[in-house]
Design a protein around this ligand. Structure first.
Ligand code: ADP
Ligand code: MG
Length: 411
């Protein structure tokens, strides 16, 4: 987020609450590879990105949270929503992410203080870049600091996931919160969603991450997501007749799958094959990044897209078109659809000097092909990898005198 927006946030906070705030920032994320593997106990490879949510915060003397967002103006008069730490409950509003995190932190035995909180973000909400996890991690960090408390980053991520389950009703995996808390600039994280063990991997230098938003979100998205989860579970139950020790598709090797696949209905076979091969692709991508074999990324991401399209059937015409255009655009190294599917975004690694030309080629081609369909607003975000949640240093007329906060790895 640029410095003008940060000073606007500070000024709005001062006007709204009459105090000087501290600022806390948490990044959005994009998943490089490992799609629909998280709820199968598998592997994912997210990157925290340079689009983020920033929360301005100051302590209160009571146990209330007074919350406002520069991006979500309340339709009904007052701009501040209030919840109580002593009686946190869902309000069916954006503030549930914050109240929920506060409740989950207190459930862990931490005593928080009331706080004034003002949110600003440059992560497009609902586009699949996890503005919700960024909101949870930024507010969690703000509430911890305001109360003079500390917590392990992964524990905070788990609290955020629980908040999303219990207060918002979204049964998300742990990937989004994990990477928003733990991301590192210049690196992707290979995360084992079962054990939460993680390996940091160097991303190729000289490349931008270009996220192309198809501008569509088909209605099917959430119902089909639940159908896919059930189909995977069905696959596990059928395969368990031959492989009694498996708990999840994560535990099925490709040779075992090939041996027993004929016992599964055709659709279930394809769903299982996607998950099993996608886990392997994540591990092969890890190898490629460890060894700096960037060219292999192209093949692996393309294979992931094909598998999501043909076996898992969660792509759509717009995503296929975006991927197809990207593969022929200047500077392209690797790309595929990212997120749950049925619309949303593609992720691409693009040579930095040519990312502008890349964006132009993809958006022009896309608009030409979807032309006349005026509802579609495609966009592209050129981002860098970024570090996880942190407190921002207070503004100073002599920035060189600002000391780094120990233990922080904010950029
Ligand atoms: P995603 O996480 O993919 O962006 P979600 O539907 O999970 O999409 O989360 C989006 C929701 O998060 C919004 O509808 C809103 O409730 C909340 N949210 C995100 N950003 C902000 C913001 N800047 N201010 C207030 N609420 C926000
Ligand atoms: Mg979300």
């Amino acid at each position: 987020m640029n410095s003008e927006r940060l000073s606007a946030l500070r000024q709005s906070f001062a006007r709204l609450f009459g105090q000087t705030p501290r600022l806390f920032r948490a990044p959005g994320r994009v998943n490089l590879i490992g799609e629909h593997t998280d709820y199968n106990d598998g592997f994912v490879m997210p990157v925290a990105i340079s689009r983020s949510t920033v929360i301005a915060a100051s302590p209160r003397d009571d146990r209330q949270l007074h919350m406002s967002s520069l991006d979500f103006r309340e339709a009904s008069g007052g701009n501040v929503r209030v919840s109580s730490l002593d009686d946190p409950r869902p309000a069916r509003a954006w503030t549930d992410y914050i109240t929920g995190v506060a409740a989950m932190l207190e459930r862990r035995g931490l005593r928080l203080r009331g706080a004034n909180l003002l949110v600003a973000s440059d992560i497009p909400a609902g586009a699949g870049l996890s503005s919700s996890a960024a909101l949870e991690m930024a507010s969690g960090w703000a509430l911890l600091h305001t109360a003079g408390q500390e917590m392990d980053r992964t524990e905070l991520a788990l609290a955020g996931q629980e908040a999303e389950h219990a207060f918002v009703g979204t049964l998300c995996g742990i990937m989004d919160q994990y990477i928003s808390a733990n991301g590192r600039a210049g690196q992707a994280t290979c995360l084992d969603c079962r054990s939460l063990s993680a390996e940091q991997l160097q991303l190729p230098e000289g490349f931008d991450i270009v996220i192309c938003n198809t501008g569509v979100k088909h209605e099917l998205a959430s119902s089909e997501y639940n159908v896919r989860r059930r189909e995977c579970q069905q696959g596990v139950e059928l395969l368990r007749r031959f492989l009694p020790r498996i708990q999840n598709l994560r535990d099925v090797s490709l040779p075992d799958f090939e041996r027993y696949r004929d016992a599964l209905p055709e659709v279930i076979q394809r769903r299982c094959r996607h998950v099993i091969t996608e886990n392997q692709r994540v591990l092969r991508t890890r190898e490629a990044l460890r060894e700096g074999h960037w060219n292999k990324l192209s093949e692996l991401l393309a294979a992931s897209h094909q598998s999501l399209r043909m076996d898992y059937e969660v792509s759509c015409a717009e995503l296929d078109l975006m991927v197809d255009l990207a593969q022929r655009a200047p500077g392209f190294l690797a790309g595929r659809m990212t997120g749950g599917g049925f619309g949303g975004c593609t992720v691409n690694l693009v040579e930095r000097q040519r990312s502008e030309a890349f964006v132009k080629a993809v958006l022009t081609g896309y608009n030409r092909r979807t032309g006349g369909n005026c509802g579609i607003q495609a966009e592209a975000y050129v981002v860098a990898s970024a570090s996880g949640v942190c407190a921002l240093p207070d503004p100073s007329p002599q920035p060189e005198l600002v000391e780094q906060i120990p233990g922080e790895h904010c950029q």
